[in-house]
Design a binder for this molecule. Structure first.
Ligand code: 5GP
Ligand code: MN
Length: 339
């Protein structure tokens, strides 16, 4: 943020009593961590703050302090409507376009409040009074730390904020290994540990939560994996039937696509997950190096995200979607082999 943006923000905050903070649909660790961390900070500045998520989030995130205060729009539409009508300021975190909030977008468009965007995805839409966008950042949670720093508030960090932000940074960087992890990220993490983030316990709470159903589902996913060595690509499919047979719960397939990317020689990995209820195929794309899955997903799968991690969807059948994907690959043969 530049000094003018910081000035506008400080002014906006002086005239503000009611603040709503919104994350994206199917919130992940970074969405939850950044929203709660920011809320916690703003509450200490005596603001009235409500955190809203478009829908529910996985069980493995529910131990994070204060997740019980989050209002789920899908379950409490009227309450969210009221909060947004009373808000002076709405922070939108960890997404680049209002339609990433699903149905909640209608309520967001109706509010008279000013927006503040904090996000690290590419090509943010232009709807906010202040757009704090930095695609070089590891996570929105790291940006919230810097936001607090810009506001001169690092002395207000506490164990809860540190824990919330730590979760967001850790999950979005794949435990500090993705390329957006910088020396600054590690300095921020060091500070969060100093003010009380129980780092080892956080790792256990997030990653050591497997149950037999999820591991069996992983077995199915690995069995379904297809290698396409000529494109340095691997893909995984999961049908609704396979999910049902293994007692699928939200969040169970999180990270499966990384197994495909972990194979030697693979630089492009993709997972297609059938969702009969929403009538879509949910797609997650991952890459290594310069091959942009953000561009790929924007072009073919109505999605986007980052260079090395993006999401998208298809309205076609699972088999048709995969067929289409395979038919696109020859166009990228050179790029994939040179990336
Ligand atoms: P995931 O594959 O874990 O759902 O998402 C990977 C990354 O891409 C995340 O940063 C996520 O926010 C982003 N992403 C996922 N789905 C979409 C989408 O439909 N549109 C855009 N713009 N970004 C997405
Ligand atoms: Mn993020």
């Amino acid at each position: 943020m530049n000094s003018e943006e910081i000035f506008i923000l400080k002014k906006a905050l002086t005239n503000t009593s009611n603040i709503v903070i919104v994350g994206h649909k199917n919130p992940d660790g970074d969405a939850i961590g950044s929203c709660l961390g920011l809320a916690n900070f703003l509450k200490q500045l005596e603001h009235q703050v409500t955190v809203v998520m478009p829908n529910d989030f996985p069980e493995f995130l529910k131990w994070i302090p204060e997740t019980e205060t989050i209002i789920n729009y899908e379950q409490h539409r009227e309450k969210v409507k009221k909060c947004l009508s009373e808000a002076n300021l709405v922070f939108t975190l960890d997404f680049n376009a209002l339609n990433r909030t699903g149905d909640l977008v209608t309520e967001l468009m109706a509010t008279k409040a000013d927006f503040i965007l904090i996000d690290h995805h590419q090509e943010p839409d232009d709807y906010a009074l202040v757009t704090y966008s930095d695609v070089g950042m590891s996570s929105t949670s790291e940006m919230v730390y810097h936001f607090i720093e810009f506001m001169g508030g690092l002395n207000l960090l506490n164990k809860k904020i540190a824990t919330q932000l730590y979760v967001g940074i850790m999950t979005d960087t794949g435990s500090f290994r993705f390329s957006a992890t910088t020396a600054t990220t590690h300095r921020v993490i060091a500070h969060l540990i100093e003010v009380g983030a129980p780092n080892s316990i956080i790792h256990q709470n997030i990653y050591d939560t497997n149950n037999p159903d999820r591991l069996k589902l992983l077995g199915v996913a690995l069995n379904n994996m297809v290698m396409l060595p000529e494109y340095k690509t691997a893909y995984i499919t999961m049908s609704q039937e396979e999910l049902n047979n293994n007692n699928f719960k939200k969040g169970d397939t999180e990270g499966f696509v990384n197994y495909a990317l972990s194979m030697k020689g693979v630089i492009f990995a993709i997972i297609f997950i059938e969702n009969k209820k929403e009538k879509i195929i949910k797609i997650s794309l991952r890459s290594k190096g310069s091959f942009s899955v953000n561009d790929f997903s924007r072009k073919y799968f109505n999605g986007g995200g980052h260079t090395n991690a993006a999401g998208g969807k298809s309205l076609k059948k699972l088999s048709k979607t995969v067929e289409e994907f395979i038919s696109i690959l020859p166009r990228y043969k050179k790029e994939l082999n040179e990336a």
